[in-house]
Write a protein that binds this ligand. Structure first.
Ligand SMILES: C[S@@+](CC[C@H](N)C(=O)[O-])C[C@H]1O[C@@H](n2cnc3c(N)ncnc32)[C@H](O)[C@@H]1O
Length: 310
């Protein structure tokens, strides 16, 4: 379960219990969310793992199968959850999520409105940011998506922090009961400009709105409407670049410069590596670093705006 109790923040101090959600980690690109159930098994290419062997172990433990294979049992933090959740829609990833939480100025105790809920990727991180006394009210007009998101939040121990409702936010706006009491609003909608006037009514003075849109035309349209009630309007595109680091032997990497690891290194670095090789021999392993081939490109534009002081 995602802990909502700050005293349990360090997951290594927590032990896996019957009914807990764990992230079964094989490799950084192979993880799965599994609900622990006494008497059940988890199977993969490394063998059969008994859930009963997991119960009582601290999160982070390495556990073994009947064949001697192993996996790690990780705590389902929002960061990991975003990587393993069922994609029922496009989702927000960590680079955008982190930026959203910072620029929306979300702190413990905040009241946040969100629409649409989608797969609940952002909602899960929003919930952790408002712990312990804040709340996230999230709306989606797709009933089944709302139900599935609610089930996920429930299973992850977040039900007390998130309320999921079915509502057409572009058509009806946010419920009037939230007028003037909301710290931040997040929109991930196809026509966000339709929801902007309602969002302006919900926000406290100085409250911040963020709208995520994949296309620049959506951004332009939203900005035109935002200008009526908001100030400090800024749009960002967040690009994350991750690196792959490997230990390799120079001999293998210099043989084929076209498309090889060394082939993608800058000229100066190549010279350095060649000098190193000639003075110290071909056998010396070296670190080879290159941008990850799976690095995500454009996801969307994040437009932030602050409610104009009256
Ligand atoms: C891209 S998804 C949101 C993904 C979410 N941000 C996440 O990180 O998982 C967009 C969602 O907006 C919902 N939606 C579209 N139009 C809507 C409307 N008028 N009112 C409420 N929800 C709407 C869709 O059903 C969909 O689930």
């Amino acid at each position: 379960m995602l802990s909502t109790d700050s005293s349990k923040r360090n997951s290594f101090q927590r032990h896996v219990a019957d009914g807990d959600m764990v992230i079964v980690y094989e490799r950084h690109d192979n993880m799965k969310a599994v609900r622990v159930k006494e008497g059940s098994d988890f199977q993969n290419r490394y063998g059969v793992f008994k859930h009963s062997d997991w119960i009582g172990k601290p999160f982070g433990s390495k556990v073994f199968s009947s064949k001697g294979g192993f996996v790690y049992l990780l705590f389902p933090t929002p960061e990991l959850w975003t990587l393993v959740l069922n994609h029922r829609t496009q989702i927000l990833y960590l680079a955008d999520i982190s930026f959203v939480i910072s620029y929306l100025e979300i702190v413990p105790g905040c009241v946040v409105l969100e629409s649409g809920t989608g797969s609940g990727s952002l909602t899960t991180s929003l919930a952790r940011a408002v712990v312990p006394s804040g709340h996230v009210y999230t709306f989606d007009f797709h009933e089944q998506r709302a139900d599935l998101a609610r089930e996920d939040f429930d299973r992850n121990g977040l039900a007390s922090l998130i309320t999921v409702s079915v509502r057409d936010i572009q058509g009806e706006g946010f419920p009037l009961e939230f007028c003037g009491i909301v710290d931040s609003v997040f929109l991930d909608l196809p026509q966000p400009w339709l929801a902007v006037p309602s969002a302006a009514k919900m926000l406290k003075q100085d409250g911040v709105l963020c709208s995520f849109s994949p296309c620049i035309e959506q951004v332009q349209h939203s900005c035109e409407v935002l200008r009526q009630n908001f100030t400090d309007i800024r749009t960002f595109e967040v690009l994350l670049r991750t690196y792959e680091i490997k230990e390799g032997r120079m001999e293998a990497t210099t043989k084929n410069t076209k498309g090889s690891l060394l082939g993608s290194l800058p000229h100066k670095r190549r010279q350095y590596l060649s000098a190193e090789r000639s003075s110290e021999g071909d056998e010396k392993p070296t670190l080879i670093v290159r941008p990850c081939s799976e690095t995500r490109g454009h996801t969307g534009y994040l437009t932030f705006a602050r409610l104009t002081c009256i």
